[in-house]
Ligand binder design. Structure first.
Ligand code: SF4
Length: 306
């Protein structure tokens, strides 16, 4: 069997920054440092930071008063910051700058009196954070939806935002349906560079191989979308977090296996799987250069300097 290893894959700049911030907080304040929601959606990353003294909790109310808490990369609603203030927590905000950008768009357009539609997956942490920034309607592309302009809203007053980790193709379809009702709606393209690049490479990889294995966690939105885009491109794909999850029958008659991973997957998981598959050859399937790095936001730097 030959393995085609997608590039770029794995950690994005937002994930690297978020993990760095937990480690910096642990170094500066000592354990425990609380993390509100999984710092990124990967159990290996979560258990690594927990082994260093981080404690993951789901709600700000679970953090003891006067503690240090890191807010995860997915972003948080204003109510979380408010409660943190009431509990006298020191908040290290690890929200990805590209998610913050969407929050800022929501606040700006809301102030201008626009009608905001957010295309995103209901219940996902990022959507909880973004929808808390302003009043908006959420359209989940996993559900059938019927959009009607019952309130006679002017279509130029409609703004369409999106979750950063959606499928580029599915979102385009959803946006087209929205445009059928509001032809002049302003469409912000909020799907981030990491999601777009990983999907673009996966589509091309799908035409080269017989099967794609996406390495990553089942609760990771961008990992799930990589599996979806591969299947939509006509190549079967499975989402796995370890070699043990591979079923023998998947590989029967397969000569070329493509491997990729989502933005929250550490590369060591990919290498472990490649090694255990014992391929005849590993071919790097490189398509897009990606050298983006995020600096620590000024506000967080100031807090860490205090
Ligand atoms: S996937 Fe995109 S939005 Fe999410 S942390 Fe990475 S760069 Fe930021």
């Amino acid at each position: 069997m030959e393995i085609y290893l997608a590039s770029p894959r794995g950690f994005c700049a937002g994930v690297v920054l978020a993990i760095d911030l937990v480690e910096i907080a642990l170094e500066k304040y000592g354990a425990p440092v609380y993390v509100k929601h999984q710092i990124v959606h990967n159990p290996v990353v979560v258990s690594e930071v927990e082994s260093k003294g981080a404690i993951t909790v789901e709600n700000v109310s679970d953090v003891p008063d006067n503690s240090v808490v890191v807010f995860s990369a997915h972003g948080s609603p204003p109510s979380d910051y408010k409660l943190a203030e009431e509990k006298n927590l020191r908040v290290i905000d690890a929200t990805c700058p590209l998610v913050t950008k969407v929050h800022n768009e929501a606040k700006k357009y809301s102030k201008e009196g626009k009608n905001i539609i957010l295309v995103g997956h209901k219940g996902h942490q990022e959507v909880i954070g973004t929808s808390g920034q302003a009043n908006m309607k959420i359209i989940d592309d996993r559900d059938e939806f019927n959009l009607e302009n019952n309130d006679s809203v002017k279509d130029e007053d409609v703004i369409v935002l999106s979750q950063t980790t959606l499928s580029v193709r599915d979102t385009e379809n959803t946006v087209n349906k929205i445009k059928d009702v509001f032809p002049k709606a302003k469409i912000r393209n909020d799907i981030c560079y990491a999601t777009t690049n990983r999907q673009e490479v996966t589509v091309k990889l799908a035409s080269e191989v017989d099967l794609i294995l996406v390495v990553g966690a089942s609760n990771s939105s961008n990992c799930n979308r990589l599996r979806d885009v591969s299947i939509q491109s006509g190549t079967n794909a499975y989402l796995i977090n370890s070699y043990d999850e591979i079923e023998k029958k998947w590989l029967e008659g397969i000569e070329k296996v493509g491997i990729t991973s989502g933005a929250s997957t550490p590369d060591k998981l990919v290498y472990e799987i490649v090694k255990k598959l014992e391929p005849k050859k590993v071919i790097r399937f490189h398509d897009i250069d990606e050298e983006i790095k995020f600096e620590i936001p000024r506000k967080v730097k100031k807090l860490l300097d205090e």
